[in-house]
Design a protein around this ligand. Structure first.
Ligand code: CAA
Length: 241
């Protein structure tokens, strides 16, 4: 029987590549998304992957959303916490709302989703949880005190959850992508991208979403059962954690 996987923020950017990679590997995939109905409809049309809309920053919405997914596809065995936003600003100019929005979508979401699938995984004795962190959670990034805090927090969460669940057949890992060619990175001012970021990537280019998706599909596989609590860094050599 095909395993069921859910990818938050799974209809665009890195998330879309992850959803497709898991589908190609034989999983039954659900892609959740928060707002962009048009992109989600186009993604569903092109990929044939089921899409579900809710706010991952809202615990009750995650609970009911997951119930809908499980009613349609079956019990979730692979959770990919990918949903993420940026609200970049120097901390001394950051609005409280920009802090709250990023912590809610990028970090609260990881608890909200995990809490609503972990008991089922423990009961069945199998689970894979992969959360998408960032190079900027490892090294910090000016203009991203909110995002760096959320992405670093997710790594601590991963290590604690891995310890709690290792003996239940559940692995919990994080991936820390560097700068990947998505809308999020393209939103960085061009001058900053050209002069401050690209020159620091030894591989000499941005990463591709599929390069992160392959990492997820590997960590989700049965064969990766001895890897837990780890952070897999994929950043073109920009930062060696
Ligand atoms: N690295 C190094 N220096 C940077 C920088 C960066 N990423 N971003 C900005 N700077 C520099 C600017 O070049 C500028 O320096 P100079 O005065 O020497 O030119 C200085 O910091 C101040 O920048 P601004 O004048 O632009 O100040 P601002 O207050 O208007 O905006 C900012 C500051 C919000 C940080 C804006 O520059 C910005 O958005 N920078 C990009 C931040 C960034 O890297 N975000 C990553 C998004 S991608 C992502 O998050 C995905 C992932 O996981 C990797």
């Amino acid at each position: 029987m095909a395993r069921v996987a859910i990818v938050t923020g799974g209809t665009r950017g890195i998330g879309a590549a992850i959803s497709i990679s898991l589908k190609d590997a034989g999983y039954k995939v659900a892609a959740s998304y928060g707002g962009n109905d048009e992109a989600a409809a186009a993604f569903k049309e092109q990929s044939g992957i089921a899409v579900f809309k809710w706010d991952v920053g809202d615990f009750a919405a995650c609970k009911s959303g997951i119930a809908r997914v499980e009613a349609e596809l079956g019990p979730i065995e692979v959770l990919v916490n990918n949903a993420g936003i940026t609200r970049d600003a120097m901390c001394h100019r950051m609005e409280a709302e920009a802090w709250r929005a990023v912590i809610s979508t990028n970090l609260d979401s990881v608890f909200n989703m995990t809490r609503n699938v972990i008991e089922g995984m423990r009961g069945r004795g199998f689970g894979r949880i992969v959360s998408i962190s960032s190079i900027n959670g490892q090294k910090g990034q000016m203009g991203q005190s909110n995002y760096s805090a959320a992405k670093a927090g997710l790594i601590g969460f991963t290590k604690a959850l891995a310890q709690e669940n290792a003996f239940k057949g559940i692995t919990v890992n994080a991936i820390a992508p560097g700068y990947i060619a998505t809308e999020m990175v393209k939103a960085v001012p061009e001058e900053v991208l050209k002069t401050k970021i690209l020159p620091h990537i030894p591989v000499g280019r941005l990463g591709e979403p599929e390069e992160i998706a392959r990492c997820v599909t590997f960590l989700a596989s049965d064969e990766a059962g001895f890897i837990t609590g780890s952070t897999l860094t994929a950043n073109g050599g920009q930062y060696m954690a």
